[in-house]
Design a binder for this molecule. Structure first.
Ligand SMILES: Cc1cc2nc3c(=O)[nH]c(=O)nc-3n(C[C@H](O)[C@H](O)[C@H](O)COP(=O)(O)O)c2cc1C
Length: 143
């Protein structure tokens, strides 16, 4: 059985690019063998991540991530059983919001900033789905 979950969190201390890279290195190392796919988005001190895969694998990884002291205030926004993956092309894709057309952010929020704490989980999920469809997903070359 496949599930998808979406959560948001706040970075514990300002995160340099190398620290973000480290999370992506861990993700690309671990996620393929667990059958986990998804996206990670980091902007202005906020993480948004969507995880897809088997229920046990997604729940186990989520429980690990929640205890990670690199972030706090982890809030589950969406949890759903799914018939098929939506982000299956990425072991953990990264969204560079600086490259995203502000009108796409405005479509779902009051301002052109990503604030998953201020909009519904479904709106954040719709935004990530649209980012994936519009080719806004990158992968750091180092991972
Ligand atoms: C925002 C955030 C997202 C993360 N996403 C993943 C992930 O998708 N996959 C993963 O294995 N670890 C992820 N981690 C790291 C885990 O919390 C944990 O440190 C890691 O899985 C441990 O793996 P290791 O034992 O191989 O070092 C994430 C951490 C943070 C703070």
């Amino acid at each position: 059985m496949l599930v998808r979950c979406l959560y948001a969190s706040r970075v514990a201390t300002p995160m340099p690019g190398a620290a973000l890279d480290q999370i992506l290195v861990q993700s690309h190392r671990n996620n393929p063998r667990r059958g986990i796919t998804g996206l990670l988005c980091y902007a202005s001190g906020v993480f948004v991540q969507v995880l897809e895969g088997g229920r046990d694998e997604v729940c186990d990884l989520y429980n690990t991530i929640v205890r990670d002291d690199r972030h706090s205030q982890v809030r589950m926004l969406v949890y759903e059983e799914i018939a098929e993956r939506r982000f299956g092309s990425w072991t953990m894709g990264q969204v560079d919001l600086k490259a995203v057309n502000p009108s796409l952010l405005l479509k779902y929020s009051k301002t052109a900033d990503l604030d998953p704490f201020a909009i519904t989980g479904q709106a954040t999920m719709a935004l990530l789905t649209e980012l994936a469809a519009t080719g806004s997903i990158t992968r750091r070359a180092a991972v």
